[in-house]
Design a protein around this ligand. Sequence first.
Ligand code: ACM
Length: 266
Amino acid sequence: MFRVGYFQFRPLFGRVERNLNRVLAALSDVRADIVVLPELPFTGYYFATRDEVMALAEDPARSATVDSLARLCRQRDFYIVTGFAERRHEKAYNSSLLIGPQGLVHTYRKLHLFNTEKDYFDAGDTPLSVQELRGVKIGMMVCFDWAFPEVARTLALQGADILCHPANLVLGFCQQTMLTRCLENRLYAVTANRHGPDLRPHGELKFTGRSQVVAPGGKLLQRAPARRDLLHVVEIDPALARNKAITVRSDLIADRRPQFYGELAR
Ligand code: ACM
């Protein structure tokens, strides 16, 4: 069995140290294999300009935030998947990091930027890939990647057992849609969303909470309330994600016909 979960909370915009301390305190005695945090949980989400991103983003290879999270992973012997405002020279990415007892393991840069993110982040340039830990394969996606079924399918084709999905959701569709992603790909998904508003001089964005863990077949295992901090960990059997049969004679991966999928398969 494998223990996966999420921490849903309300980051305060620009208060990196406060937000990090909130996470460290919440996870200080966690018992899990992986915990997923929301998208951009340390900086906050609703940037006004690229300069603001550049001022708050960090290079994960030289980041006090990443170092603190890795120390916690060593102390509690688990992994974290977290959103992260990543600065790499003059580029800025809305990224997701896999951090473990050994430190930073993998960086995924959000492929599908949402709405005004296009004004201040660079589009992701890291191929979709799965990472194996403790015999389980995880695939990372970030928030609006949910709206592109190609992402979950690509990770499923690479053998992902669990989709780890940091999010800052503002539309109302994702939680329901992820049930379908798990139905059609027969894998697990942990969506870690934030709650509460980002109140900025240029406006306000409200986030929808309702973080969740979904099982193969689209079964909702657990969902958080819309407006409350919550750390929740569930026990799952990753082996269930390796059986892709939806009926005795229908296998959702083996029965694909990519030669008929035209543009999608090129
Ligand atoms: C989103 O991608 N943060 C909606």
